[in-house]
Design a protein around this ligand. Structure first.
Ligand code: HMG
Length: 391
């Protein structure tokens, strides 16, 4: 079977953020609830020119550095916050990135699992030989909104992660053995008439944990049957991170399920480095798992050359997947060169007042008037057409 995996990664986050200690103060909540209770310190706040398309385009540009776009044969955007009921984000991107006309472009939706659905499709497309030497671009892009004064408010965020998928996996080779679990549940959803998600918060956490154990079991069965203490073989276990404390709970549940009586002991070495970026960005929905992967590769102190990583993708509703990858030697250096931490440090800190104004304005942004020269990203709507400029 062909060697297939991630050749390059690109990450885009809005240029502004909110300190969650400021939000805690404004909401009359003890600081410890967001910091220790949820594991979050900051959250990305999208500006008027950030949307799912503009963030996806920025992430894609970073992933495509030095790549001939003529060689991209498939572009899939995983998102649950698309900008149009019919025209997919990937078509906007085709224009912005000058993807070739022979490129198959479409959008996938399944809550936070939508990006993984795209990744699995791209991997299978290449493994089957349908790519005929071409590469795939899979982009996860979302604005995560629960609304002001809701329990989900501190777990919002925004951003995009682009993955270049090919037969030249310079970052990580992905195994074809996958454990899948799906179940029809109402844990989190967003009716067509709403911008903000509706969530049954504590129930969603139990759905996540049930899906994790079931997908892990399915992965074991696919391989060679259930064996205890398998999780020990992974240098890192990378989870979908709606908020970092969820990944901690997930890890405890997985390790216990795997037979470990001291589950918490492995958190430091198997999970912590994957939460460095997520705790400063918040939930990216589809991109959260892959931001956590970038976090491992960018911030882990260990030499991860040839290390085995496990990944768990969860999308409410629900569909989940447990899969593994092997880190290609040199991958950490490449991801560190993206300067992700520095980019987070350069963001503008917003006051709670500024954040609330942006949230309220976003209710109407879909109809905003077209902006003038010098602006990049989403410009506004003219004659019912969304307009963009790629900076
Ligand atoms: P809540 O009900 O306001 O918070 O909202 P809580 O009362 O459960 O407290 C949270 C934690 O803070 C608890 O820790 C408290 O003890 C602790 P735990 O007991 O769980 O370990 N705490 C404190 N700690 C230190 N000092 C203090 C203090 N006070 C309390 N002073 C909830 C929490 C997560 C429910 C809410 O934020 C929410 O609804 N978030 C959105 C839903 C979500 O993220 N679900 C995750 C699983 S589903 C998923 O991942 C899919 C998703 O990404 C969507 C998709 O697929 O598209 C969401």
């Amino acid at each position: 079977m062909k060697t297939v995996g991630i050749e390059a990664i690109g990450v885009a986050v809005p240029k502004a953020y909110l300190e969650l200690s400021d939000l805690a103060k404004a909401r009359g909540v003890p600081e410890g609830k967001f910091a220790e209770g949820l594991g979050l310190s900051q959250m990305s706040v999208p500006g008027p020119h950030d949307d799912t398309v503009s963030l996806a385009a920025q992430a894609a540009v970073a992933a495509l550095k030095g790549v001939d776009v003529w060689n991209i044969g498939l572009c899939i955007v995983g998102t649950e916050t698309a900008v149009d009921h019919s025209k997919p984000v990937s078509s906007f991107l085709q224009g912005l990135l000058h993807l070739p006309p022979h490129c198959r472009v479409f959008e996938t939706k399944h809550a936070c699992y939508g990006g993984t659905a795209g990744l699995m499709t791209a991997l299978d497309w290449i493994r089957a030989g349908s790519n005929r030497g071409r590469k795939a671009l899979v982009i996860c892009s979302d604005l995560a909104r629960y609304g002001l004064n809701t329990p989900g408010e501190p777990t919002q965020g925004a951003g995009a992660v682009a993955l270049l998928v090919s037969e030249q996996p310079d970052l990580a080779e992905i195994s074809p053995v996958v454990g899948t679990y799906s179940r029809d549940v109402m844990d989190f959803w967003r009716p067509l008439y709403r911008k903000d998600a509706i969530v049954d918060g504590h129930y969603s956490m139990s759905c996540y944990l049930e899906a994790l154990k079931s997908a892990f079991l399915a992965w074991q069965v696919e391989q060679n049957g259930f064996k205890p203490f398998v999780a020990d073989r992974f240098s890192s276990i990378v989870y979908h991170v709606p908020f970092p404390k969820m990944a901690r709970k997930a890890h405890d549940a997985l390790r216990e399920f795997d037979g470990d009586r001291e589950a918490a002991k492995s958190f430091e070495w198997q999970v912590k480095s994957g939460l460095e970026l997520p705790r400063r960005v918040g939930n990216l929905y589809t991109g959260s798992l892959y931001l956590s992967l970038a976090s491992v590769l960018a911030t882990d102190d260990r030499d991860l050359d040839n290390a085995q990583l496990a990944l768990f993708s969860y999308g409410s509703g629900s569909c989940a997947e447990f899969f593994t990858m092997k880190v290609t030697p040199g991958a950490q250096k490449k991801v560190r060169a993206l300067g992700l931490i520095k980019r987070l440090e350069e963001r503008k800190r917003l006051s709670v007042d500024e954040y609330e104004r942006l949230m309220r304005a976003a209710e109407h942004d879909d109809r905003a008037a077209v902006e003038h020269e010098g602006v990049h990203g989403f410009l506004g709507v003219k004659e019912d057409r969304r307009l963009y400029a790629l900076g």
